[in-house]
Design a protein around this ligand. Structure first.
Ligand SMILES: [Zn+2]
Ligand SMILES: [Zn+2]
Length: 465
């Protein structure tokens, strides 16, 4: 299986690079990162995902001719970029427009690309290849990958991802009467879209449990649940679906939610990972997702998701609750927050939502519990302190805010512009506002674009340890 994630920033760059005043076709290049997924957790099949990393114009001197029906350019820049791509573990893609039509591959495209494949085969040998992307005049996109000596594999879909999420190449709408009422609002193609989506939920506690159950009710076709914990007595006040018998049975939170979703019979395929989100065994599942909800208060986990979002073009909709003693007469200040991380949005580090010291301590506790306890005894680590307060109505409302951001990304029900990068709702003050931040100068994931769509690298996400 093959698919392409095209970052909105690159899609916009290509559209402006390729706009021609006379309606002629035009061409450019894309360098693509790769995600080699050994086993997609829902299908069990191998998946190769390509993610846009950088757009590159065709040099003026290489342009030969173009009309409304063709575009021709010299292969000099192709050969040069092919070499650069291979050295960096990237895939080179040619991109061209069909200004007067829907995106498709023409007979002429087939012939041209077979010629390019011969060049690749001669230079690099069998097993090497390149990709091809067509942008239609109506906004549609299609893509495929050629591998020497002879095969072209179509992308089953192209996701254009940023503050919005658009899937190209889906089969027609889903006429399932089970989801009829929402199709009446969002239109006949909405249910096919949610059925095709793969959504991760990291953390299955106070905010993660309502998030997972809301996604299931929306008919999201594929849900991944990630959490390391079992249900404890103090979770019963807010973890949806949990029962007293789960406490006695030490049932993992991911299994509680799987049981509840499957029992509802909504046609949702659930897959679970019981463990820490950054564990190598979770990588195939996470890299298969289209979007991930961050519902954890684990700082190291949030740091990990933060990088994943930019390297793979997988938007992370992170959420949290802040309850603290207030000033001005109210006993508490209570706020729910939803923060988008991913290419085009400031990252969670720049937002001040990750405490690097706590992230380091959590990593130590996970990898060397004895050393962690020793340092805790000597008061060198902050430790957990008292458990944070938590009330089900506030955790659940925060989850609703977060899932509504996904709906906004899919449908634009609040208007254009996609998801807000930050929202905060004050429960004590009845106040809802957008929050923004400027990336820290030099932030490697969000201030520059160098790591966007970089895909697989060693070590994973360039993270030590
Ligand atoms: Zn063409
Ligand atoms: Zn940043």
């Amino acid at each position: 299986m093959l698919d392409l994630v095209l970052l909105e920033a690159h899609a916009a760059e290509l559209r402006s690079l390729l706009a021609t005043p006379d309606g002629a076709e035009a061409a450019a290049y894309l360098l693509l990162g790769r995600a080699e997924i050994g086993s997609d957790p829902w299908s069990g099949r191998r998946r190769h995902r390509m993610v846009s990393h950088r757009a590159v114009p065709v040099p003026e001197e290489d342009k030969v001719s173009a009309s409304g029906l063709h575009v021709t350019w010299s292969t000099r820049s192709f050969v040069r970029l092919l070499k650069a791509a291979e050295e960096q573990g990237l895939t080179l893609a040619i991109v061209h427009t069909h200004p007067g039509s829907h995106a498709f591959f023409s007979d002429q495209d087939d012939a041209n690309e077979r010629d390019l494949l011969r060049i690749v085969g001669n230079r690099s040998g069998a097993g090497h290849g390149f990709a091809s992307v067509v942008l239609g005049g109506d906004g549609s996109v299609c893509a495929r990958r050629w591998t020497a000596p002879a095969t072209a594999e179509p992308c089953e879909r192209v996701a254009v991802v940023g503050r919005g999420i658009r899937l190209h190449g889906l089969a027609g709408g889903d006429g399932d009467p089970l989801l009829d009422r929402q199709a009446r609002l969002f239109g006949p193609t909405f249910n096919g879209l949610v059925r095709a989506l793969k959504v991760g939920v990291v953390g299955c506690g106070g905010t993660g449990s309502p998030t997972a159950l809301l996604l299931a009710r929306l008919g999201i076709g594929h849900v991944l649940l990630v959490d390391d914990d079992v249900v404890e007595l103090t979770n019963l006040n807010r973890v949806h679906g949990s029962r007293r018998t789960d406490v006695e049975g030490r049932v993992p939170k991911v299994e509680v939610l799987r049981r509840e979703i499957e029992a509802a019979g909504l046609g949702v395929e659930v897959t679970t990972f019981k463990g820490w989100v950054g564990d190598a065994a979770a990588r195939d599942a996470l890299r298969s997702c289209d979007v991930v909800f961050g519902c954890t208060d684990d700082h190291d986990g949030r740091l990990f998701l933060n990088r994943l979002a930019y390297f793979y073009g997988i938007p992370v909709i992170d959420m949290g609750l802040r309850i603290m003693p207030a000033r001005d007469g109210r006993p508490y200040e209570m706020a729910g927050r939803v923060t988008l991380a991913g290419p085009g949005a400031p990252c969670l580090m720049c937002r001040g939502l990750v405490d690097p010291r706590r992230a380091m301590e959590e990593a130590l506790r996970r990898t060397d519990p004895a050393a962690y306890e020793a340092r805790k005894a000597e008061a060198y680590v902050l430790g957990g302190g008292d458990p944070a307060p938590a009330v089900v109505t506030f955790t659940t409302e925060t989850a609703c805010m977060a899932v509504n951001e996904l709906l906004q990304a899919l449908t634009g029900f609040r208007g254009d512009g996609g998801m807000r990068t930050g929202r905060q709702r004050r429960f004590d003050a009845v106040e809802d506002r957008a929050t923004t931040c400027t990336p820290r100068a030099g932030c490697e994931v969000c201030a520059g674009t160098g790591l966007w769509g970089r895909g697989d690298v060693l070590p994973f996400l360039y993270r030590a340890g």
